[in-house]
Write a protein that binds this ligand. Structure first.
Ligand code: AMP
Length: 290
């Protein structure tokens, strides 16, 4: 596995691989890797010959009062995990390498970014799309793999690629969970023991909604309010939103269907967690809870 920090080096190594006929895959991450990230590597390996992982905590996607400074980092551990999963190339640039000066041009979403997570994180998705567009420009991957865990992000990236005619296939892989159902996240490291115990209520509430949907419940308003009741009953779970939206266009729905995504954001202590489930096709980790 190669670790490179400079854009010119990535271009050189990837360019050579491409000239040799290899398909290039990219898995963008902010590091502090867990099994969720590594599952994207596995999927990427199925779809490409050279797997590039980027590790970069992107300042552009953090709001002024968010956790940029405290975001967990452990490059040594990340490199060992990436190597263990047969990543070919890790691209871990310094801030100055990607942003030598404040960018003049950014990728700003016009729609779909003002709801769900975008409502409480203004500018967040502009930061995400800008860094992903830059990584696509640097690596020029044939395929790039993202997680369903951040499903609004995945939808926006798919829209960006389509709107800007980028020549990359975007693949979305299922959410990977802890055995009790909690969606894996680098931010889980912030949780105290007590908070961790409460955090499981989010995936449990989603599993309840999937089970209710399977039993025939189609009233999205009722599913949402029942989820709130369940989360409120736990105590110390400060719900930001519970939304039922169409997986295609993120439009809120009143009648739940197989492609409806139930999405939750909640604060537990100072940690903001998100999770979601497709009602008709839940990820295996959630389906196991039913
Ligand atoms: P992050 O490092 O949090 O920016 O995430 C990098 C990529 O990993 C994104 O595409 C995320 O959606 C994905 N990811 C994060 N957590 C999970 C998870 N539990 N399961 C699957 N993918 C995930």
């Amino acid at each position: 596995m190669r670790l490179v920090r400079r854009i010119v080096e990535v271009r050189e190594l990837v360019g050579e691989a491409r000239r040799n006929g290899l398909r290039i895959g990219l898995v963008p991450t902010m590091g502090f890797l867990h099994e969720g990230h590594l599952s994207l590597v596995d999927r990427c390996r199925e779809l490409s010959d050279l797997v590039v992982m980027s590790i970069f905590v992107n300042p552009l996607q953090f709001g002024p009062s968010e956790d940029l400074e405290s975001y967990p980092r452990d490059m040594e551990r990340d490199l060992a995990l990436a190597e263990g999963r047969r990543v070919d190339l890790v691209f871990a640039p310094a801030n100055e390498e990607l942003y030598p000066e404040p960018p003049t041009a950014v990728v700003a979403p016009r729609r779909l970014a003002d709801r769900l997570c975008g409502a409480s994180r203004p500018g967040h998705f502009e930061g995400v799309l800008t860094v992903v567009a830059k990584l696509f420009g640097i690596v020029q991957p044939d395929v790039s793999v993202f997680g369903q865990k951040d499903f609004q992000q995945a939808v926006l990236i798919q829209r960006m690629v389509s709107d800007l005619n980028m020549a990359v296939r975007v693949e979305v892989a299922p959410t990977v969970r802890e055995p009790d159902g909690l969606a894996m996240s680098s931010r889980n490291a912030y949780l105290s023991g007590d908070e961790r115990a409460r955090a499981v209520s989010i995936s449990q509430a989603l599993a309840w909604a999937v089970a209710a949907f399977r039993s025939g419940e189609r009233d999205a308003g009722l599913l949402r309010s029942q989820i709130r009741v369940r989360l409120d009953a736990v105590g110390g779970v400060d719900v930001e939103y519970v939304e039922a939206v169409s997986a295609r266009d993120l439009e809120p729905v009143s009648s739940a269907a197989a492609d409806t995504v139930m999405a939750i954001a909640a604060r537990i202590g100072s940690t903001r967690l998100i999770d979601n489930a497709c009602l008709g096709n839940p990820d295996p980790g959630l389906a196991k809870l039913l």
